[in-house]
Design a protein around this ligand. Structure first.
Ligand code: NHR
Length: 183
């Protein structure tokens, strides 16, 4: 998220208008404020069992900031079709695997257990189906012999920090041609 904020300067076609979290204590909110970006936070727990009500409250919190694009970055609440349809073609996510491999959680240990020679991350459009929307970019890293889930995650994260800003820049300019990176 911080890499995205920092990337939006100069000739970049977008500017950050707000950072939202469902965790009022998220460190990223303070990082955003330090960078001069507005923040909103709304815990999901009071909405237990009613995802649509939570999403309506998110929409109300975002509305004054008038976003054109939403970038999920570590957002861990599944979104219903009501929200994803409203933002179809305007909401991105970064997922730590080479989709369509390893949708869902624990992607690094799953890649290691499968004996994959390569792993990576994917930026995709968010649709109602989890980790399933059109691919906008991928970055590939090698899996090394002594990797643990943590060492592999760190290698992927370095590429996430390159890939997501590169995809957002292209996407915000209206170009959905996928970006492919290799370390
Ligand atoms: N929502 C939709 N409709 N489509 C996607 O592609 C989404 C999404 C919401 C979040 C991010 C995704 C990831 O990068 C994302 C993509 C959390 C879960 C999940 O199961 C799934 C996918 C992602 C993030 N969340 C549980 C839930 O009940 C809670 C898990 C937890 O808190 O640890 O919402 O991986």
């Amino acid at each position: 998220m911080v890499k995205l904020l920092e990337s939006m300067t100069g000739d970049h076609p977008a500017r950050p208008c707000v950072v939202f979290s469902n965790n009022p204590d998220a460190a990223g909110l303070a990082r955003a404020r330090d960078l001069g970006v507005a923040t909103e936070a709304l815990p999901h727990q009071p909405f237990a069992g009613d995802r649509s009500a939570f999403e309506a409250a998110i929409s109300a919190a975002l509305a004054p900031h008038a976003p054109d694009i939403i970038c999920l970055a570590g957002f861990m609440r599944k979104l219903t079709a009501g929200f994803t349809d409203a933002w179809a073609g305007k909401m991105l996510n970064i997922h730590p695997s080479l989709l369509p491999k390893y949708k869902g959680l624990k992607t690094h240990s799953r890649a290691l257990e499968a004996g994959d020679a390569e792993h990576g991350c994917t930026v995709h459009e968010v649709t109602a189906r989890l980790d399933d929307g059109p691919v906008l970019g991928q970055a590939v890293v090698p899996v090394l012999p002594d990797d643990t889930p943590d060492t592999l995650a760190a290698r992927v994260l370095t590429q996430e920090h390159r890939l997501y800003p590169a995809v957002l820049r292209r996407f915000a300019a209206g170009d959905r041609t996928p970006v492919y990176l290799r370390s």
